[in-house]
Design a binder for this molecule. Structure first.
Ligand code: HEC
Ligand code: HEC
Length: 463
């Protein structure tokens, strides 16, 4: 399968020549499609379209702008719905003896000072990246923090991981569908108050080049703007499912083409009532497969009805939401009778339509079954004012705000192209979509039937 590589100047030339020849021949043959083709994934295929009409591989997104050979594309690959997956990371390891630019100690290794001198050493040093596709995000405890880190339990015994400087292992978020974002990064740290998301994405592109690519100087405003406009033009979604077939036929609106016409503005469908247009919250946030509910009119009836039932469950299955920091306390309601779309409210995109850092328990230690948190450090945080104690694998938003109330809070990501990008949650603790659904079943006492679980999974993997 095509892996996207960084384009060096010489290769650019070859690529241009090849692209020109390919273009000419394809146009002659009448088959030219400027956008990316379907990439096979475990349950079908994922597809990206660019509203510019082509995916421009000469964009700085593909260029090594730092000192370690990395580019954005090193960790944001189209075939993995613009993140990276353990399977493909493993393939790159094998093909390069662990020297591909994604394998750099700065944040690819479990520890920046790890021994990476031999292939065997690299296998060990990059185990979190190889097994779960996790990048080591190092953040200092803010000066104004309301808490103290009183204990660090680090399975990697990394000298750089200290009570003042924590290491958080996180999945790269997809660098696609970004027009639906209300906040940038799992902890929202690239958001400047009052600044537009597009400006936040410019800052993000500069910081990513300085950090991941170890650049001495930030990209220029022009380069950052080019990267952001490249990203903002991309729309990615599952296009085909092995069981349900093509996802945009018989009245269904799956795939990236329909997604690229999906309206969005910050607050468009907000349960907290922040929609600037004043429109009320509609729990039926997903309407992609509503036409597949009509039985016996369509082929592949059983599989398609399952997807449609899953969508309906996602919109309507009652979830007794309790103990979610940032939601129950914010609304001053200890019990909210909600649905999946209470939190995943952006229409047909599935993130929060307003910035909403919340704690659903993914960072708790010990974690609820079936989450797998092996290899993650565990931090004990004690709030100075109250003495309250937390054990978490990632303090989340609290590492930015310093607030005890923000411990364990993250954002809900965009839920498209899911099938191409396991494992799930910010720390990769859910290996499959079935594990995600089981987590919710346990966390919110849903008592889902096997059929309901299967329907939810069929829906999620068709997004
Ligand atoms: C070494 C791997 C790596 C490289 C290289 C990399 N990223 Fe990322 N990217 C990540 C990780 C990990 C996250 C999530 C980090 C977090 O939230 O703490 C992320 C998050 C993002 C997001 C946030 C999306 C969202 O939903 O909030 C964007 C946008 C992004 N990256 C774009 C870029 C761009 C542009 C570049 C090149 C300048 C780049 N990345 C280079 C790993 C990488
Ligand atoms: C109380 C709010 C809330 C509810 C209710 C909720 N989610 Fe989530 N969801 C989140 C948050 C927050 C995350 C990100 C958590 C993390 O990784 O730290 C998330 C993550 C996910 C992910 C993983 C996405 C990824 O890229 O890794 C999936 C899939 C998902 N939710 C599906 C569901 C389904 C299905 C339901 C209903 C059964 C549901 N959610 C109900 C808040 C919620």
């Amino acid at each position: 399968m095509t892996r996207f590589k960084i384009v060096t100047s010489r290769k650019t030339l070859y690529l241009c020549v090849a692209a020109f020849l390919g273009f000419t021949m394809a146009v002659l043959a009448g088959t030219f499609d400027p956008n990316l083709q379907d990439f096979p994934d475990p349950t079908g295929a994922v597809r990206t379209v660019s509203t510019t009409g082509s995916v421009d591989t000469t964009n700085p997104f593909f260029q090594s702008l730092g000192t370690n050979g990395r580019a954005c594309i090193s960790c944001h690959q189209p075939g993995d719905a613009w993140t990276v997956t353990p399977k493909h990371i493993r393939e790159r390891f094998e093909a390069s003896d662990g020297q591909d630019p994604i394998f750099r100690p700065v944040d690819g290794a479990n520890c920046p000072s790890a021994d990476v001198s031999t292939e065997e050493a690299r296998e060990h040093a990059y185990s979190m990246l190889l097994h779960k596709g996790l990048i080591r995000i190092s953040l200092a405890v803010p000066n104004n923090a309301e808490f103290e880190v009183t204990r660090v339990q680090d399975p990697h015994n990394c000298p750089e991981t200290t009570p003042q400087q924590l290491a958080m292992f996180r999945r790269p978020l997809p660098s696609t569908n970004l027009g639906f974002l209300s906040t940038v990064m799992w902890d929202g740290r690239e958001n400047a108050p009052g600044q537009s998301i597009n400006m936040d994405l410019m800052t993000q592109a500069k910081d990513a080049t300085l950090g991941h690519a170890q650049a001495a100087v930030a990209p220029t405003d022009l380069q950052a703007a080019q990267m952001v406009s490249f990203e903002l033009a991309l729309f990615t979604a599952q296009s085909r499912d092995h069981a349900a077939g093509k996802l945009n036929v018989h009245g269904a609106q799956g795939g990236p083409e329909a997604l690229s016409t999906q309206p969005f503005h910050i607050g468009i469908n907000d349960v907290l009532g922040h929609d600037p247009s004043g429109a009320p919250f509609d729990p039926n946030a997903f309407t992609i497969f509503k036409n597949w509910t009509d039985p016996d009119s369509i082929p592949r009836e059983e599989a398609r009805e399952s997807v449609a039932r899953g969508e309906k469950l996602f919109n309507t299955l009652p979830i007794p939401i309790t103990g979610v920091g940032g939601l129950n306390d914010a609304l001053n309601q200890p019990l909210i009778m909600g649905t999946c779309t209470t939190c995943h409210d952006a229409p047909n995109a599935g993130d929060h339509s307003v910035s909403l850092p919340i704690n659903i328990g993914i960072t708790d230690f010990p974690a609820l079954a079936p989450l797998d948190t092996r290899g993650l450090p565990v931090y004990t945080l004690v709030c100075k004012a109250t003495g309250q104690k937390f054990r978490v694998t990632d303090p989340g938003r609290a590492m930015i705000s310093g607030k005890c109330a923000d411990i364990g809070k993250t954002k809900g990501p965009i839920l498209r192209g899911l099938a191409a990008r396991a494992p799930y949650f910010h720390n990769g603790s859910a290996a499959t979509l079935a594990d995600v659904v089981s987590f919710y079943d346990v966390r919110f006492h849903l008592n889902l039937s096997e059929q309901e679980k299967a329907d939810l999974v069929a829906f999620l993997r068709s997004l």
